[in-house]
Design a protein around this ligand. Structure first.
Ligand code: PEP
Ligand code: MN
Length: 271
């Protein structure tokens, strides 16, 4: 086995990443939550306060949204990042947002975690450039990518210089009904044996409604993930993007209670 930077051969012990005052990895479970897209100051602050109260340790929110159809809401861009930064200040949570181009790097100066979306998992120039910033990078698995391809993408980010990559399983194209993807729970342990990097799961984008999100999130915790990134909206019916699978704030509170209980049952009390 080669000593790739991501590998257990290169570094045996788990990488632990600081998210504000909380830790992710090495036995520390972290829940990241927030809306698919930042829509307004009121929406992002209301949602941020609720997810923080429920136990989320970081706030997600997209400003640059890669969408399948160019005619759907594609995010507020720079204004979205500005609103997210205001929420960070007001609520006191570190923020996670997707960067889709090297040209956006300056705008992301005060964003705590740079997210690379599934569609950009093999945008190798972007991977290496975000790695140079030195901040944690949340790397989603491409929906048609193998575990090996995903890990080599992490290698590109690590080669940039950062030591902190969070791998995020979000489903692969398979035979599930409708247009949704299949959550590959089997990848979690597989990947964790190969790499010291933390592995989290996005239960939202494979799901068609909040019941599926809850079930997929709990299944992922049972399968041994180090954390979750879940889409939550203060008013899912009014969401401009991905409202169908967004949890409302009460549902998120129910989920975090269940996650805590499950971690306890399986012997992980470190939420
Ligand atoms: C997202 O997290 O908002 C997103 C677009 O995810 P993905 O890249 O996994 O589709
Ligand atoms: Mn989304």
């Amino acid at each position: 086995m080669d000593n790739y930077l991501y590998s257990r051969e290169y570094k045996a012990e788990d990488t632990v990443i600081k998210l504000g005052s909380h830790l992710l990895g090495g036995g520390h479970f972290a829940h990241i939550a927030g809306p698919c897209a930042v829509e307004s100051l009121e929406q992002i602050i209301t949602t941020a306060e609720a997810v923080k109260a429920a136990g989320a340790v970081a706030l997600r929110g997209g400003a640059f949204k890669p969408r399948t159809s160019p005619y759907t809401f594609r995010g507020l861009g720079k204004e979205g990042i500005d609103l997210l930064l205001q929420a960070k200040k007001a609520v006191g949570l570190p923020i996670v947002s997707e960067i889709t181009s090297v040209s956006q790097l300056a705008l992301f100066r005060d964003v705590d975690v740079l997210q690379i979306g599934a569609r950009n998992m093999q945008n190798f120039e972007l991977l290496q450039e975000v790695g140079k910033v030195g901040k944690p990078v949340l790397l989603k698995r491409g929906v048609g990518s193998t575990v090996e391809e995903w890990l080599f993408s992490a290698e590109y980010v690590l080669l940039g210089g950062t030591k902190e990559v969070i791998l995020c399983e979000r489903g692969v194209r398979s035979f599930s009904g409708g247009e949704r993807l299949t959550l590959d729970l089997s990848s979690i342990k597989k990947v964790k044996q190969l790499t010291h990097l933390p592995v989290i799961v996005d239960p939202s984008h494979v799901s068609s409604n909040s019941k599926e999100v809850m079930a997929n999130a709990l299944a992922a915790v049972g399968a041994g993930c180090d954390g979750l990134i879940t889409e939550v909206h203060c008013s899912p019916n009014d969401a401009l993007c991905d409202g169908r699978h967004a949890l409302n704030t009460e549902e998120f509170l129910t989920l975090t209670d269940k996650v805590r209980g499950l971690l306890d049952v399986i012997g992980r009390t470190d939420l």
